[in-house]
Design a protein around this ligand. Structure first.
Ligand code: CS2
Length: 504
């Protein structure tokens, strides 16, 4: 076979280059011990890689049945490739391709809900893991609790048992089935960027259960209270961009066969978990996972220093016309604002976990953000800001405000977000901002149209509960956000950033 033909030969179990396989055995449906909700790139370059390392160290029932929510693309492509795909580690030194090979099936919840519910409820399923993004937890930004106005939540609560539409609905109905039949314990493992992701998921599950009719909830409530379900907190970290055609071509070049769904990822990866598993777990430490009793310091470190600063880079970068995070971070005014928000506003609000060398951690963050080979886009980080910023801004902002300090760069982050998503008439935030997806876009535009200037818009947005119900009590924060909005509109993001730096 010529090299050119090889590159059009599809990746399958048979054509996979053996040297790229992370563990030796091909898994079948009987090996499924994990059902994972959220078959996106992050899971496939993070948990799947740790699971491959665990299986390479010791055999176990830890194959992963991957479940996509609605989109069929990845699931169908994986099926056609015998569930194989490539993780392409991208660094300035080149490409390193590996094939985790840990999946035992790929389903789409909206297409085959009964099969998904059966798998979630099966006694053999020991871990239900989640990467459904902040958005997928159907919580209300205002209260942090279950969003009872969400149409999916409402439909799932009305008794939609066999084909729930929301992640919470799927989990609760599966737990109900387990409690009522075999009673086998299970761990619900959130791997999303929510502070206290496990505790948060537990709270949402309990709130969902509490809404069910008494007859439906008694058995389940007792079963959960008896400790049959655990919700460990986790901190997950790896920058994983969306796949583009150029990665498909580069991967085909590197491994000699065509993979339709490779996943690009940075070399860095980190996972810290509470070791609270109801029914054992894979030896993820074989892939470098850390187990700690208290994961919160790691979560705060990550969600604030990395994700919080990332948001500021993405919004300022997009407003300044930059497509990628590396291009944005290369602008001195963005790097300066990133340093300021990180060191002066996020860092004082957290305790650095023992054993983490802060200077090294931060310098590595900047190396990661400037990995230009990775091409992580400002529009990807900037998307879903309405649910992401809820995790990143209010708690640290409130700590400063209560101590009588104005967090100028946190205000700038919110202002830059609002200018990207809901610009005033006559201001063009550019194509990268226009491409940011956000469930709140329409709502924000309505609020913008109803208000006359930056401060009144910022006040309306905060009063509307975008960042919880405490920030609106600090009117001068809204005023500061509003002043930055006006400055961005009239003089651009560079002047606004300079003003923030000059004030702090
Ligand atoms: C990013 C994250 O999109 C975003 O908001 O901040 O996806 C970030 O790349 C990951 O959390 C890194 O672990």
């Amino acid at each position: 076979m010529s090299t050119a033909t090889a590159r059009t030969t599809p990746l399958t179990a048979e054509t996979a280059p053996p040297g790229a396989l992370l563990h030796p055995r091909t898994l079948g449906p009987d090996d499924t011990g994990i059902v994972h909700l959220g078959l996106g790139n992050f899971h496939r370059a993070h948990q799947a890689v740790y699971t491959a390392a665990a299986l390479a160290r010791e055999e176990g029932p830890w194959g992963v049945l991957g479940v996509a929510g609605r989109s069929v693309g990845v699931a169908d492509a994986l099926q056609a490739q015998d569930l194989h795909y490539t993780v392409a580690e991208v660094s300035p030194d080149g490409l390193r391709c590996t094939i985790p090979g840990v999946h035992t099936g790929a389903l789409v919840a909206a297409r085959e809900p009964e099969r998904v519910q059966r798998a979630l409820a099966a006694a053999e399923t020991r871990v239900i893991s989640l990467t459904v993004t902040e958005h997928g937890y159907t919580y209300s930004p205002r209260t942090g609790g279950l969003d009872l106005d969400h149409p999916g939540v409402r439909s799932d609560l009305r008794g939609n048992r066999t084909a729930p539409r929301t992640t919470l609905g799927r989990i609760v109905r599966a737990l109900q089935g387990r409690a009522h039949t075999h009673g086998a314990p299970v761990t619900v493992l959130s791997c999303d960027n929510l502070v206290g992701n496990g505790s948060h998921t537990r709270r949402l599950v309990e709130e969902f259960v509490a809404q069910l009719p008494v007859a439906e909830r008694e058995e389940l409530t007792a079963w959960i209270a008896a400790g049959q379900v655990t919700f460990p907190n986790t901190m997950v970290d790896r920058i994983v961009p969306a796949t583009t055609e150029s990665e498909r071509a580069a991967v085909a070049e590197a491994i000699g066969v065509r993979d339709e769904v490779p996943v690009p990822a940075e070399p860095f990866t980190m996972w810290v978990l509470q070791d609270r598993f109801a029914a054992s777990r894979p030896a993820w430490e074989a892939g470098g996972a850390l187990f700690a009793d208290d994961v919160e310091p790691y979560e705060l470190l990550k969600v604030r220093l990395l994700n919080g600063t990332h948001s500021l880079i993405a919004y300022l970068g997009a407003l300044d016309g930059h497509d990628t995070i590396p291009e944005a971070t290369a602008q001195p005014f963005v790097a300066e604002a990133a340093h300021a928000v990180l060191w002066r506003e996020y860092l004082p609000t957290l305790t650095v976990p023992d054993g983490v060398d802060l200077d090294m951690y931060v310098s590595r963050l900047f190396t990661r953000w400037t990995n230009s080979a990775l091409g992580h886009r400002t529009r990807q980080v900037g998307s879903d800001g309405s649910v992401k910023l809820r995790q990143r801004i209010p708690d640290p902002a409130l700590l400063h405000l209560r101590a009588g300090r104005m967090p100028h760069h946190l205000a700038l982050t919110l202002a830059a977000y609002l200018c990207c998503l809901a610009p005033s008439a006559g201001f063009d935030p550019g194509e990268h901002a226009a491409a940011m997806a956000d469930p709140a876009r329409e709502r924000l535009s309505t609020l913008r149209a109803r208000t006359s200037d930056g401060p009144s818009f910022a006040t309306a947005v905060l009063d509307d509960g975008l960042l919880g119900d405490e920030l609106p009590e600090h009117a001068h924060f809204a005023a500061r956000v509003g002043a930055f909005i006006d400055l961005i509109h009239t003089r651009g993001p560079r002047t606004a950033a300079a003003e923030a730096t000059g004030s702090s």
